[in-house]
Structures are given as structure tokens and as C-alpha cells.
Design a protein around this ligand. Structure first.
Ligand code: UD1
Length: 423
């Protein structure tokens, strides 16, 4: 039975919302637990579907994993199975992050190609090249990455692009390599810093976290640890956009506002009043119709591609015309087709989209194509006349804990309905 959300238009969202740990951090931290024999505890975990999916991947490698509320406990054995279950691997993108730890610990891995959001082609060439430079072989065979190494050694690695996944896999292989590895043009996202922090607690020697150059001095073994996941800046930004789009007033707690410096500056340009309280809370108030703002997606500290649907939803109801440029994932503009069902005035040309703001959107049935597109359609539905049905909401459940509950606490009227689709 497929579920959908009924989103009643015309809501103004106001109140406070607590944000828990970042999806794009916790799943990598769970993979990092493979690097040390013993019991690792991760707290402040979001209660989203991807966490139990990742737990299944780790169980298929030989770990014991318990998921209890916001705490995940992983017991890693001395001997790991180097071939995680392919079906579990296919349920999420972050499963690919077991590749680096498995090569580091077992010196070989047969890892089925991961699943995850259908947002464009997501090659693994940089992951593979990095492992090769560390001394492993790496080929795609029968739908899996097959990697083997006699031993791993330090290397100078230049990434073509600051890929999060490639940085994570190379980092997690390099911490147990012999000698020093330098990863240049590394990703700088706060989730990478979080992973470095946990690895350092485990005994890894890493310099340069949060910069484009990561230097890793290999060690012979790591110890398990206890670690608290950083707040989810993408979820925090979703609520920030929700305030701006619905001309509301939302205080977001649990996210470091400095991880959202550019986002909050864009919302300020759109007309919002922003108050930053400390390193864990901020408030977004919008008292007028937003003004259109241009957005360009780039790796951190640029504007996150995951927030692009919210930028489009905002500009769809703003005063003026905006250009949105997508530089990471070509299929993200599929979201615009759904926005046009809601009568958004939009057109795309390659990796640019031009959005002319309208006063009000018009409700319609729409389909979520990925996590953020799903959440973006709900935000857009809040600005439509009538009731918007958002289908395929399992995507939203993969990334947002208590999404409907939080929406309704803030004054929205969103209902989860189990029914067969109408097309
Ligand atoms: C992660 C996030 C995702 C976010 C993305 C960019 C997780 C689970 N997902 O995805 O939500 O949208 O970062 O911030 O953390 N690329 C290659 N070759 C490679 C690897 C990447 O060409 O070997 C390209 C990709 O096609 C894309 C760009 O590099 O155009 C960035 O991808 P990457 O940062 O690797 O994204 P993910 O880690 O998959």
C-alpha cells in the first residue's frame, strides 16, 4: 500500500523545532565503526529509515547492531565478511562507505553498487582511483566494486572534484595504511569534519579536517569509541526555508547556524529576519512576500545541492525572477516538472532554471523523486490553494524524522494517508 501526504495550503508555520543528527553523517560514522574491533556507540542518531538499512548492511558484514531510539551500538568482530549483502547495499547511497573500511581492515571487498536517490549519474571513479593510489586494485565486476590489496600504503591523491563519498572512502582506507596520505581537493562539508572527529577519537592521525587538504598518518589499529552526531544542517535549512516560504516564524534548535551561513544570508536577501542565538539555534522570520534570489549549487561552503528544491519552491512564490544553477546532479531538475503541476512558472535550460514567482500555487497530485524533492513539494503545497497530494513519501521518511509531526506542531495541516495511487 503506497502512502501519500495531504498538504493543506495556506498555512503559516510558526514555533520551535528540534533537529537531531545528520543523515549524511551518521551513516558514514556507522561505516567507520568497522575500522575498530569492539563496541562503538553513536548517539543523537536520526530515527529515519536509512539508519536501519545501514544497520542491515553492517550485520551482513558480521557486526552486531542495535538501534534503540537515538542510539546505535555496533559491535565489530575481529574477522569481517568482505562481501556485504547486495540487497541491503542497494537500499541507500551511503552503503558505499563500507568500501574504504573493508579494504582497510580485510584488504579486500566485494561491494554491490549502492542505491539511493535518483538524482543523476553517480559514478565511483574517484573512489576507485583513490583506492588504487593507496595500492589496491579496484574494478567493477557483475554489479559490484571488487577491490583487493596486499597492503595499503600512503599516497598523494588529488581529487578531480571535492566528492563527499570519495573523500570518506579514501580517508577510511588511509587511516590504516602504511605511511602518510594527502588528499587534495578534499570535501569540506561539516559531515566530513564529524567523521574526522570520530576517527581521531578512535586513534586516527588526521590533520586539516574542514580544509581542502587532509593529511592522514596511517596507524596499525583503531579503538572503538562513543560519538555524538552533529545536527543535520540540511533538515535545519529545510525548516528555515519553510519559515521563509510560508511567511512564518521558526526557531531551529540542534544545528550549528555557522554550517548554514550562506543559506541564512540568502534568506536575509530574500527579506527574512535572521537571528543567530549561539552555535545551536537560530530563528527565521518572514513578514512579507519573499523577494527572488539567485542560487548556485556548489560543494560546501557553497549552497548545497540538497537544498536546491527548497530554493526553487521559495522562488516559485517570490516577487521577481530567479536563476537557479545546478552544478552537481543533473536529474535534480526533475523536481521542477512536479512544481509545474503546482502551476509554478519555470523553465530549464541545461543546468540552469529560470523561475518567475507567482502569487499563489495551485494544488495538484505530485510525486516525490527523492528525499529533498519530496520535502520541497510539501513546502510548495503549503503555499497552494486547496489540498496537494504528495505521493511516494517513503523518500521523505528516508531523511526526515517525524516530518509530519513537526510540520503539524508548527501549524501546518499535513496528513499521512495510506491508499492506492490515483495514476
Ligand atoms: C553526498 C550526499 C548527498 C549530497 C552530495 C553532494 C550522502 C549519503 N549523500 O552524496 O546528499 O547531495 O553528497 O553534497 O552523503 N562524482 C564523480 N565521481 C565519483 C564521485 C562523485 O564524478 O567517484 C561526482 C558526482 O556525480 C557529483 C559530484 O561528484 O556530480 C559530487 O558527488 P559526491 O559529493 O560524491 O556525492 P555523494 O557522496 O554521492
Amino acid at each position: 500500500m503506497s502512502e501519500h501526504f495531504r498538504v493543506h495550503g495556506g498555512a503559516r508555520l510558526a514555533g520551535e523545532v528540534d533537529v537531531v543528527g545528520a543523515k549524511n553523517s551518521v551513516l558514514k560514522l556507522m561505516a567507520a565503526a568497522l575500522l575498530a574491533e569492539g563496541t562503538t556507540t553513536i548517539t543523537n542518531c536520526p530515527q529515519i529509515l536509512d539508519v536501519p538499512y545501514m544497520a542491515d548492511v553492517l550485520r551482513s558484514i558480521g557486526c552486531e547492531v542495535s538501534v534503540d531510539g537515538d542510539t546505535v551500538v555496533i559491535t565489530t568482530p575481529s574477522e569481517l565478511n568482505h562481501r556485504p549483502d547486495a540487497v541491503s547495499m542497494g537500499k541507500l547511497r551511503a552503503s558505499v562507505c563500507v568500501l574504504g573500511p573493508l579494504v582497510g581492515r580485510c584488504r579486500r571487498a566485494v561491494v554491490a553498487l549502492p542505491g539511493g536517490d535518483a538524482i543523476g549519474s553517480r559514478p565511483l571513479d574517484m573512489h576507485q582511483n583513490g583506492l588504487r593510489q593507496l595500492g589496491a586494485t579496484s574494478e567493477i565486476e557483475h554489479g559490484s566494486v571488487v577491490a583487493e590489496a596486499e597492503g595499503l600504503h600512503g599516497a598523494q591523491i588529488w581529487l578531480d572534484f571535492p566528492s563527499m563519498g570519495a573523500t570518506e572512502n579514501i580517508l577510511m582506507a588511509a587511516v590504516l595504511a602504511d605511511g602518510t596520505t594527502v588528499i587534495d581537493n578534499a570535501a569540506r562539508e561539516p559531515e566530513i569534519v564529524d567523521l574526522c572527529t570520530m576517527l581521531q577519537q578512535m586513534g586516527a592521525k588526521i590533520d586539516g579536517a574542514g580544509t581542502s587538504t587532509l593529511t592522514v598518518h596511517g596507524v596499525t589499529s583503531l579503538q572503538p569509541t562513543e560519538h555524538r552526531v552533529i545536527g543535520d544542517r540540511i533538515v535545519g535549512a529545510t525548516w528555515a526555508f519553510a519559515a521563509a516560504i510560508t511567511r512564518g516564524d521558526i526557531t531551529v534548535r540542534g544545528v550549528d547556524p555557522h554550517h548554514l551561513d550562506l543559506v541564512l544570508d540568502k534568506l536575509r536577501t530574500a527579506g527574512a529576519e535572521i537571528t543567530v542565538y549561539d552555535d545551536k539555534a537560530f530563528r527565521v522570520v518572514m513578514n512579507e512576500r519573499p523577494k527572488s534570489v539567485d542560487f548556485v549549487t556548489l560543494p560546501y561552503p557553497g549552497f548545497a545541492t540538497d537544498l536546491q528544491p527548497f530554493a526553487i519552491a521559495l522562488c516559485a512564490v517570490s516577487d521577481g525572477t530567479a536563476m537557479i544553477t545546478e552544478n552537481l546532479f543533473e536529474a535534480r531538475f526533475r523536481f521542477i516538472e512536479e512544481m509545474m503541476r503546482l502551476s509554478a512558472d519555470a523553465r530549464t535550460d541545461g543546468h540552469h532554471a529560470v523561475i518567475r514567482g507567482v502569487e499563489k500555487l495551485s494544488s495538484a497530485p505530485v510525486w516525490a523523486s527523492d528525499i529533498r524533492a519530496g520535502a520541497g513539494l510539501v513546502l510548495a503545497g503549503l503555499c497552494a490553494d486547496g489540498v496537494t497530494e504528495v505521493w511516494d513519501v517513503f523518500h521523505i521518511d528516508r531523511g526526515y524524522p517525524e516530518f509530519v509531526e513537526n510540520m503539524n506542531r508548527l501549524g501546518a495541516q499535513v496528513e499521512r494517508v495510506a491508499a492506492a495511487p490515483s495514476r
